[in-house]
Ligand binder design. Structure first.
Ligand code: HEC
Ligand code: HEC
Length: 312
C-alpha cells in the first residue's frame, strides 16, 4: 500500500528511478567504448612535483562489468520487490508480512512455555522462580517505562511493591487491572471551589494524610469535603477501589501530597490511564505478570510449599 495521497508521486518517482538507471547504463557504455589510441596515453594535464602526471586511462573491463552487474541487479530487484513508486513487486514482499511471519514463528516457540503457566494458580505461580524470572523480563520490557524497573513507580505512576492498592491487591484484581487497563478520573474543582476553597481543601487533605496543615483552612475544607468529595473518596477519605478514587489518608499520594501538588490536583483534576495489555501481550503473559506483580508485595515464600527439613 502506498502512503501517497495522489497517484502523481508514484509515477514521478518511478520515472525518475528508471531514467536514472538508463542514464547510468548509457554513461557507462559511452565510457567503455572509448578507445585508447596507440601507445600514447592521455594525461589529465595535472603535474605534481615537476614530473608526476596523472594518466587518463579508460576504466578496466572488469570494473565496467561490475557496474553493469549492479544495474542488472537493480532492475531485477525493482521487478521483484517494492521500490518503484507504488508498484509492489512481483514477489509480493512487505515488511509487515515479514514481521508477522517472524512474530508467528516466535509465538510458536514460546507458546508451550506460557501454556504451562496459564493454568497455574496465581499465588502458586508467584512462588515459581522460573516463572518469576520470565515475569520480570516481561515487566522490564512492557511496564518499566511507566512503573520504573524496580516497580516502585514515580509521580503519577503507582508503586507496585508496597501492597497499597488503588484498585485492589487480590491476585485476580491485579490480573484484571493488567488485562483490561484502568482509567482513574478525578474531576476538576477549581471553578466550583475557587482559589481559596481549593487551598482549604488541600489543607484538609494534608490533615488526613499526616502533613503539616493550617487547622482553620482544614476545618473549612472539611465542611466542603463532606458535600463535594465523599461520593467518591468516602466520609473518611479512604477512597473507593471500584473507581480508583485514592485513599487520601495515606502519606504517599500518587500525584504528590505537598500543598502545590494538591492544589493542582484539586483545582485541575487528574486522569491516570493504565493501558490494557490483553491484546498486545495475550492472556498467558498477563497471567504471569499478574503473579509477578502480586509477588512483589506478597513474599512468594509465604505461599510456597513448606521447605523440606531434616537431613542436618
Ligand atoms: C503508559 C504507562 C503505563 C504502562 C506502560 C503500564 N502502566 Fe500500569 N499503571 C499506569 C498508571 C498511570 C496507573 C494508575 C492508574 C490509575 O490510577 O487509575 C497504573 C496502574 C497499574 C496497576 C494498579 C495499581 C493499583 O494500585 O491498583 C497495576 C497492577 C499495574 N499498573 C501494572 C502494570 C503492568 C504489569 C504493566 C506492564 C504490562 C503496566 N502496568 C504498564 C501506567 C502504566
Ligand atoms: C467523581 C468521583 C470523585 C470526586 C467527586 C472527587 N474525586 Fe478525587 N479522585 C477521584 C479519582 C478517580 C481519583 C484518581 C485519579 C487518578 O487516578 O489520577 C482522585 C484523585 C484525587 C486526589 C489525588 C490522590 C493521589 O493519590 O494523588 C486527590 C488529592 C483528590 N482526589 C481529592 C479530591 C477532593 C478534595 C475532592 C472534593 C473536592 C475530590 N477528590 C472529589 C475521584 C473523585
Amino acid at each position: 500500500m502506498s502512503d501517497f495521497t495522489s497517484g502523481f508521486w508514484n509515477i514521478y518517482i518511478g520515472i525518475i528511478t528508471i531514467v536514472s538507471i538508463i542514464a547510468c547504463a548509457v554513461l557507462l557504455k559511452a565510457l567503455s567504448t572509448r578507445k585508447v589510441s596507440g601507445a600514447q596515453v592521455e594525461t589529465t594535464g595535472h603535474a605534481w612535483d615537476e614530473d608526476l602526471v596523472e594518466l587518463n586511462n579508460p576504466l578496466p573491463r572488469w570494473w565496467i562489468w561490475l557496474f553493469y552487474i549492479t544495474i542488472v541487479f537493480g532492475l531485477v530487484y525493482l521487478a521483484l520487490y517494492p521500490g518503484l513508486g507504488s508498484f509492489s513487486g512481483s514477489y509480493g514482499w512487505t515488511s509487515k508480512k515479514q514481521y508477522e511471519e517472524e512474530v508467528a514463528k516466535a509465538e510458536a516457540l514460546s507458546a508451550p512455555i506460557y501454556d504451562k503457566y496459564a493454568k497455574t494458580d496465581l499465588k502458586q505461580l508467584a512462588s515459581d522462580p522460573e516463572a518469576m524470572a520470565i515475569g520480570q523480563k516481561l515487566f522490564l520490557n512492557n511496564c518499566a517505562q511507566c512503573h520504573s524497573s524496580d516497580a516502585r513507580g514515580g509521580k503519577g505512576y503507582p508503586n507496585l511493591t508496597d501492597n497499597d492498592w488503588i484498585y485492589g491487591g487480590a491476585p485476580e484484581t491485579i490480573e484484571e487491572t493488567i488485562a483490561n487497563g484502568r482509567k482513574g478520573m478525578m474531576p476538576a474543582w477549581g471553578a466550583l471551589l475557587g482559589d481559596d476553597g481549593v487551598k482549604d481543601m488541600a489543607h484538609y487533605v494534608m490533615s488526613l494524610n499526616g502533613g503539616t496543615y493550617d487547622s482553620l483552612r482544614a476545618a473549612r475544607g472539611k465542611d466542603k469535603f463532606m458535600t463535594t468529595c465523599i461520593a467518591c473518596h468516602g466520609p473518611e477519605g479512604k477512597g473507593n477501589q471500584a473507581i480508583g478514587a485514592e485513599d487520601l489518608t495515606k502519606p504517599n499520594l500518587l500525584h504528590g501530597a505537598d500543598e502545590p501538588s494538591l492544589i493542582e490536583t484539586i483545582s485541575k483534576g487528574r486522569t491516570s490511564v493504565m493501558p490494557p495489555q490483553k491484546e498486545a501481550l495475550g492472556e498467558a503473559r498477563v497471567h504471569i505478570l499478574a503473579a509477578y506483580v502480586w509477588g512483589l508485595s506478597n513474599s512468594p515464600a509465604a505461599t510456597a510449599p513448606p521447605a523440606k527439613t531434616g537431613g542436618q
